[in-house]
Design a protein around this ligand. Structure first.
Ligand code: SF4
Length: 405
């Protein structure tokens, strides 16, 4: 139940009086979230033989590593280019670096990648990667190619497992094992690119197969903000991967205090997993709602910096038969988001083994979509992709276990 800076009225076990809830968006609340997140930090990015992984370091950290081995800090710029523009992992092939230095680098460092322990390609060409990290933990990444054009989205995980237990989500049945570090987050994108041979980084308007990132895989990115932010800064750096912030969408279940921070510091697109228009129902299917109820989530969306008609907030809405898919729900949704630069992604529920819900009927989804569209909001129905390989929305899960006390 609610803690920290959340002030409520009378709260009885299992219930929150949302009418009296007043969340103070203070630095204290953010600090509490960041401190809790640090408890699940990834292990150090060093190999068993003591070499440091250079992937995931900020430019400043990379420069500091160069200074530590007696090199000039400008070397960092050169190496950055090799790692993030050329996609090179072997120091011996970094041809602008003299051989003795290549050897020193290879003694002290590696340019790492997560290991693709499993790769499955769906009949619709969606590709799911099970990536294994240095400590044996695993997370899934999905590449969803556009079927009309040479581009596509990479759906990246931010945690191994998840704390939030959204009821419709398979990942939510797996306890949080740990956060992923910057190297592991950027590494998913880089390894997916390796798989499609998309190096060096296409620049400017040159078409890219892996053209957008959606932080919608396993985990709640805003409960791993520091690592996610560092990874996204690396991805956006123009002298490397160079993906613009407009091509990155961070999806949250509504960690209100951190939503402001994302807008101010990263400026990426925001997607919010809304899924219900009443607090009693959202409390059940997105339990984080007990802490940050709909009203607070929507207020954070309204003040999200950079949202405009060309950069709308996306509301994700999973269609669960007989639960949240009535016409009355659609009208209430429209009322709640009125006046906001927003679009609504309707997601047919993708069942997974043991799931408790049924997908809405296509006819009901159409009726719902029409009400939202008639109110002036784009309301595309997301076509399920990769269902045959359990790669669709809410279906990701690994066997990774928490191995710490
Ligand atoms: S929907 Fe996202 S936040 Fe909710 S349990 Fe699944 S992975 Fe976690």
């Amino acid at each position: 139940m609610t803690t920290g800076k959340v002030t409520t009225g009378q709260v009885t076990t299992g219930q929150v009086n949302h009418g009296q809830m007043n969340i103070e968006l203070t630095e204290t609340e953010r600090a509490r979230i960041l401190a809790k997140s640090a408890l699940f930090d990834p292990p150090s990015a060093t190999t068993a033989d003591g070499r440091r992984d250079l992937v995931g370091l900020s430019r400043e950290q990379l420069a500091a590593e160069m200074v530590a081995i007696g090199e000039k800090p400008f070397r960092a710029k050169q190496i950055w280019h090799w790692i993030y523009h050329q996609g090179e992992t072997d120091f011996a092939r970094m041809s602008t670096i003299a051989k003795p230095m290549q050897e020193t680098l290879a003694e002290k460092f590696i340019v790492g990648r997560p290991v693709a322990a499993e790769v499955q390609t769906s009949i619709d060409e969606t590709r799911k990667f099970l990536f294994r990290f240095r400590d044996g933990q695993e997370a899934e990444t999905v590449y969803i190619p556009d079927r009309q054009e040479d581009r596509g989205a990479v759906c990246i995980s931010s945690q191994v497992g998840c704390t939030l237990s959204c009821r419709f989500c398979h990942t939510g049945t797996q306890t949080l094992v740990r956060n992923l570090g910057p190297a592991e987050i950027v590494g998913q994108f880089m390894a997916a690119r390796d798989s499609y041979g998309e190096w060096p980084s296409p620049h400017g308007e040159t078409p890219r197969l892996l053209s957008t990132i959606v932080l919608m895989g396993m985990g709640e990115p805003l409960y791993n903000y520091a690592n996610v932010a560092q990874a996204m800064r690396i991805v956006m750096d123009n002298e490397g991967i160079g993906l613009s912030r407009r091509r990155i969408t961070l999806s949250t279940s509504g960690v209100v205090p951190m939503m402001d921070r994302v807008g101010e510091e990263l400026g990426v697109n925001l997607a919010v997993s809304l899924h219900a228009v009443r607090d009693d129902l959202r409390d059940e299917i997105v339990p984080l709602n007990r802490k940050y109820p709909i009203k607070e989530v929507l207020a954070a969306c309204r003040r999200y910096p950079g949202a405009s008609n060309s950069r709308r907030i996306t509301f994700e809405y999973i269609m669960l038969r007989g639960l949240n898919d009535s016409e009355a729900d659609a009208h209430e949704l429209v009322r709640l988001i009125a006046g906001m630069p927003a679009k609504v992604n309707l997601i047919p529920f993708n069942p997974w083994p043991g799931s408790a819900y049924e997908p809405s009927t296509p006819a009901q989804i159409d009726r719902f979509a029409k009400i939202v569209m008639d109110a002036g909001f784009s309301s595309p129905v997301r076509q399920p992709r990769g269902r045959d390989i359990l790669a669709a929305c809410g279906q990701l899960r690994t066997e990774s276990q928490r191995n710490r006390a």
